[in-house]
Write a new protein. Structure first.
Length: 183
């Protein structure tokens, strides 16, 4: 049974917001981006074929809107300044909190193309094919970006101060951090 357009939107909305937040780095800007994308999706509703991958279509609209807005506003410097002003202090009593903080810091230091592919494939569990359709590149590019993103994320996490003896860094903390975007 295929879902109605409204049901597709309802089911995909949390993932759309998470993806938008990963692009914008700001909850309010993400909400604005999702709202703009929803208007475009509703306007183009007649061009959607029920039974096809609605999530990939919606993510493509969000991504395209983001880059359109980004080109016009050119506010990358402001975003970088805001990132540098974030208080990076944390309680040293809990290794998990430290791992999560290190992971978050490393994640935001990744290039946007790496963050994008980690969110699409890692968090939203999109196939390589669907992620390639959203990004607008070949499947091999998605695979190589994902591999490089994971490697670079691990390198950035290892560059930080060492954890207490016996603590291990792992991608479980990465998934937990990225899952916060879906809320």
């Amino acid at each position: 049974m295929t879902l109605s357009f409204v049901d597709e939107v309802s089911q995909t909305l949390p993932a759309m917001r998470a993806f938008a937040r990963s692009l914008t780095r700001n909850a309010d800007a993400a909400d604005d981006l999702v709202q703009d994308a929803l208007v475009r999706l509703l306007t183009a509703q007649q061009s959607y074929t029920p039974g096809t991958n609605f999530k990939a279509w919606a993510f493509t609209v969000i991504r395209n809107r983001f880059y359109d807005q980004y080109r016009r506003k050119r506010h990358a410097d402001r975003l970088q300044d805001e990132l540098m002003q974030i208080d990076h202090s944390h309680a040293a009593s809990q290794d998990t909190v430290m791992q999560l903080h290190d992971m978050a810091d490393a994640f935001w230091r990744l290039p946007a193309s790496f963050r994008e592919v980690l969110i699409l494939v890692g968090v939203n569990e999109m196939s390589y094919e669907d992620a390639a359709a959203v990004i607008g590149c070949p499947i091999g590019t998605v695979r190589s970006r994902l591999s490089r993103a994971r490697t670079r994320l691990q390198e950035l996490m290892e560059e930080g101060e060492p954890l207490t003896e016996g603590a291990q860094r792992d991608y479980g903390a990465t998934r937990a951090f990225l899952a916060q975007f879906a809320r």
